[in-house]
Design a protein around this ligand. Structure first.
Ligand SMILES: N[C@@H](CCC(=O)N[C@@H](CS)C(=O)NCC(=O)O)C(=O)O
Length: 86
């Protein structure tokens, strides 16, 4: 089973976009992941809020179900530094 990247649905937004920053780090590290796209409208984001306890994207869910939601720059650094499962 792969880790899950929970993110917004705007897959075409790149550059400094928070979800893209983390997705790019996963790609660069060759980490196998599944993208879970959540609704852009906050009122329709109940599953994501229940999972993470907050509304902002992105978050990474590990194989054991643990969810990591940090500032995207910190999450990207965690991925790059091999601390995703630490
Ligand atoms: N400073 C935060 C910003 C997170 C953020 O704004 N994420 C956007 C990604 S699309 C988001 O959740 N937008 C939807 C919203 O604000 O409801 C980070 O870098 O993690």
């Amino acid at each position: 089973m792969a880790v899950k990247l929970h993110r917004c649905p705007t897959l075409w937004l790149k550059g400094p976009h928070p979800c893209w920053k983390v997705q790019k780090a996963l790609d660069e590290q060759g980490i196998d992941y599944e993208v879970v796209r959540h609704p852009l409208f906050r009122s329709r984001r109940k599953d994501y809020v229940a999972l993470t306890g907050q509304k902002l994207f992105p978050a990474v869910q590990l194989e054991d179900g643990r969810v990591i939601r940090e500032e995207s720059k910190d999450l990207a650094a965690r991925v790059r530094e091999g601390r995703l499962h630490a």
